[in-house]
Write a protein that binds this ligand. Sequence first.
Ligand SMILES: Cc1cc2nc3c(=O)[nH]c(=O)nc-3n(C[C@H](O)[C@H](O)[C@H](O)COP(=O)(O)OP(=O)(O)OC[C@H]3O[C@@H](n4cnc5c(N)ncnc54)[C@H](O)[C@@H]3O)c2cc1C
Length: 419
Amino acid sequence: MTTPINPSYDCIVIGGGPAGSTAGALVAAAGHSVLVVERDAMPRQHVGESLMPETYWVFERLGVLDQLAQSRFSRKVGVQFVSNTGRESQPFFFRSHDPHPSSETWHVDRAEFDEILFRNAAQKGADCRDRVRAVDVTFDEARATGVHLDDGGNQQRVSTKVVIDASGQQTLLANRLGIRRVNPNLRKAAIWRHYRGAARDESGGGVKTIILHTSDKNAWFWYIPQADDLVSVGCVGDNDYLLKGRGSPEEVFAQELAKCDAVQSRVAGAEPLDDLRVAKEFSYSTDRAAGDGWLLVGDAWGFIDPVYSSGVYFALQSAALAADCVIEGLAKNDTSAEQLGKWGPDFQAATNSVRRLVHAFYSGEFRVGRFVNDHPEHRGNLTDLLIGRIFKPGVATMFDDLEPWLERQLAEAAKVDAV
Ligand SMILES: Cc1cc2nc3c(=O)[nH]c(=O)nc-3n(C[C@H](O)[C@H](O)[C@H](O)COP(=O)(O)OP(=O)(O)OC[C@H]3O[C@@H](n4cnc5c(N)ncnc54)[C@H](O)[C@@H]3O)c2cc1C
């Protein structure tokens, strides 16, 4: 028999994904009572399998590096881009840029990975409950004071000093408060599935995440080799382009695959698994990271785009930064919006580098290989951003050259179109 949930905790975390488990582990390890509620049964599957190497430092803090190193997950050693004409960029190998263990990471099975972090939060002292849904956050005027839970049909209100919303794309609190903004320039959709026995290139000592454009550049594929001879293959394009009036997702996936020789040749002869999934309109931000007694982390705070695999890193990093503000706030009995949201502005500013890189990617003329040929001095900065080093001083100077370079590429392409 499971023990009943207590009537009150110092901190309640909504969601047992990477953000929620990280925040829960760190706040509990600091000696506070923490409840983490996850509505699904763990382990549960999730999209988002390619990590950024910069996750290393949060893993180290959580104490899970050894567990990850001993796991079955494939080692990710770099990123590669393939243009719409099939031209392959030189891989961006992280270790040759910076020979340190933090320059490598993994392609993970999210069910296994998220469970490792969830169990770790429990080991650090958090009361972790799966199959328990947060129905609503209760407020006393503007201050969050508790959470209504649904535990298999049993309703219960639990009070708390701090609510951390890590509910992912559900954005429970941001929806309730009306502070979620869909990004009008990134109304994308994705269709993905796994293949068994597809091509696997382990030159460089591990696998790479490959980003491949389709021939008409209306969509791109991710190619993420994983353990058990599986490869995750996903197609991303504008929501209306992919999902309106073109048949079933299965048919659209096949149509886009037919426009991408570089993926087709890699999956030729491989067995497609019966696990096709669709996601849409996943790019949004929130107006505020915190209020009195509450804060948002991970996807509940915002999500940009899957192209550079930044989502899990942002989830872990925002949760770790937010956890420090919660720990400090609980110690000095200050759980004001100002205290809980202290981490927000610097984090938001640092993530802008990835936002700018995403907009460059969707401009249609960002040929990565050509850019680093024209500007070899920025290969290092670009590799740093692919690693996730968004806080590194000077890393954003690359945009002083990238953005004018892109303008020129776009102008040249327009001239060719006009002829
Ligand atoms: C198409 C696509 C591809 C992606 N690819 C990548 C990639 O390759 N690499 C990468 O790093 N990122 C990727 N991402 C992003 C990544 O999936 C997310 O950024 C990451 O999972 C965020 O972690 P999180 O903990 O904030 O949220 P989640 O992992 O979504 O966890 C939130 C949890 O909260 C639970 N929950 C929700 N509501 C409630 C409730 N009311 N009560 C209790 N529990 C609740 C959910 O069940 C879920 O388990 C991708 C995203 C998309 C859309």
